[in-house]
Design a protein around this ligand. Structure first.
Ligand code: BES
Ligand code: MN
Ligand code: ZN
Length: 497
């Protein structure tokens, strides 16, 4: 991305899309003043005709007057008065990025009220949000369309910043936002690829390509290697599939790193439900059941691209949950690599089985923090809806830090408890545990199940992204398909370590 930070009048900047981010209107809004000058009249009547009401999140665009040095003017409301947030800036930039890609415009200039002396203060995080939003909004998934999108994403951005010092820091922040968005978009593509293209075998190659591109270490355990490590829970899930299962371990090990983070992602490339088969409607989106691993993949990609000084491991146990003649049965008793036995009472509760062995493997790396991400339970969607992830964990400060990173990144997480007395619900009569709980609290019983595979003393958090991983009912700000949730939050958290 070509980035320019300066403090010109909007009338003097040559660009394709001139963007105003307003925090109010009238005399107290510098952007409103500049817009008035460009239009030569009070903007309100025209904006109102376009459907703008001045509420936070409003966004309209229209052709620029002939004399202007831009083609299109876009106006977004960041706040009705005070209280602009970087999330509002990111959302605005996302819409600009999407509109530009649709229209084939490749330059944008941002004039945010709070960067021009209006209410609030524009910080590095604000400029990072511009980059992150542009990058996210400019994404299209057209790998399988006969007619590809012929336009490129925005390649040049100007942003107003009144300070003289710190201009380089603001430019760097925009670039950082773009890098994070590109990694997040990689995660989105992994989720969007259909299960015949992205399967447990091809997924290994995606990881090898990333390792080569970003200089990551990579270890791949094939089925024999997993068997040698007694990963009976993970291997059981893939038994009924035509593809071989594999455990992938990527590592970013910068010199001098003092903190080690292990990220584990669910990587069921297609979840048919197994013998406890899902109906067609339930299977339709189950290519996204590897979304946890996609987030882990995108996060380590961003961490490596940014060269963050933290040791990060990305681990995923890739398999497909199918119904082949060797498929695991309802009623099977299997043994995980920590020696614990599990009675399988529902083959559709497979994610926790794959994660069990991946968590045991991850804990052997003696992490300072271990986080798993998984499209684990429909129950979590029932509890929190489509946009909010459930988070559980054994370490207060870790959960708190992840939640606040999620808030800052607009990737919200809400904590659910791990009450020890609910452990009763996963008791089995013939094994150490069963893989389902009762009718209620399904997200929690899944979390308690995972906890059985995390040695005490490892600070651990589990994020259930079954809802926010994928958008099936899109809106202007939530485009269709994989979301890459919560790559931004994880990168922010790692940046803060
Ligand atoms: N992958 C699903 C969970 C899921 C459902 C993710 C909908 C995204 C959208 C998981 O493997 C599953 O099937 N869970 C079962 C567990 C049950 C059998 C205990 C569920 O939630 O119904
Ligand atoms: Mn399932
Ligand atoms: Zn699943």
């Amino acid at each position: 991305m070509q980035v320019q930070i300066a403090a010109n009048q909007a009338t003097n900047v040559t660009t394709d899309i001139l963007v105003f981010g307003l925090a109010g209107r009238g005399a107290r809004s510098p952007g409103w003043q500049q817009l008035t000058r460009i239009l030569g009249t009070n903007p309100a009547p025209m904006l109102k005709i376009l459907g703008w009401t001045g509420k936070t999140g409003d966004f309209v665009s229209f052709p620029a007057p002939r004399a202007a040095k831009c083609t299109v003017i876009a106006v977004g409301t960041l706040a009705e008065r005070a209280g602009v947030t970087d999330n509002a800036v990111r959302t605005l930039a996302q819409r600009v990025g999407a509109a530009a890609r649709t229209a084939g415009l490749d330059e944008a200039a941002f004039f945010l009220d709070h960067a021009m002396g209006g209410r609030g203060e524009a910080t590095e995080a604000t400029y990072q949000a511009i980059g992150a939003g542009l990058g996210y909004g400019g994404y299209v998934f057209d790998n399988h369309l006969g007619k590809k999108n012929e336009h490129k994403p925005i390649s040049s951005v100007y942003a107003y910043f009144s300070g003289r010092r710190n201009r380089d820091a603001m430019a760097d922040a925009i670039q950082r936002g773009v890098i994070i968005a590109e990694a997040q978009n990689q995660a989105r593509t992994l989720v969007n690829e259909p299960p015949n293209i992205l399967n447990p075998e091809s997924y290994v190659q995606y990881a090898r390509d990333l390792a080569a591109e970003r200089g990551l270490e990579i270890t791949v355990l094939d089925e024999a290697a997993c068997a040698a490590r007694n990963m009976g829970a993970f291997l059981a899930v893939g038994q009924g599939a035509g593809y071989d299962s594999a455990l992938v371990h990527l590592a970013h090990k910068p010199e001098g790193a003092t903190t080690r983070v292990v990220l584990v992602g669910k990587a069921v490339t297609f979840d048919s439900g197994g013998l406890c088969l899902k109906p067609a409607s339930g299977q339709a989106t189950m290519k996204m059941d590897m979304g946890g691993s996609a987030a882990v993949f995108g996060t380590i990609a961003a961490v490596a691209a940014l060269g963050l000084p933290v040791e990060v491991h990305a681990i995923f146990a890739a398999c497909e949950n199918m119904t082949g003649s060797k498929a695991y049965h309802t009623g099977d008793v299997i043994t995980a690599s920590n020696g614990k036995t599990i009675e399988v009472l529902n083959t559709d509760a497979e994610g926790r089985l794959t994660l069990a062995d991946a968590l045991v493997y991850g804990a052997e790396l003696k992490p300072d923090f271990m986080i798993d991400l998984a499209t684990l339970t429909g129950a979590c969607i029932v509890a929190l809806g489509m946009n909010i992830a459930g988070i559980m964990g054994t370490n207060r400060s870790l959960v708190r830090a992840l939640k606040s990173a999620g808030d800052a990144a607009d990737e919200p997480m809400w904590e659910l408890p791990l009450p020890p007395d609910y452990r009763e619900l996963i008791k089995s009569k013939i094994a150490d545990m069963k893989n389902i709980g009762g009718s209620y609290g399904g997200a929690i019983t899944a979390g308690l199940f995972l906890q059985e595979f995390v040695p005490e003393g490892v600070p651990w958090a589990h994020i259930d992204i079954a809802g926010p991983c994928y958008v099936d009912t899109p809106s202007a700000t939530r485009p269709y398909g994989g979301t890459g949730f919560p790559v931004r939050a994880l990168v922010e958290w790692i940046r803060g370590l």
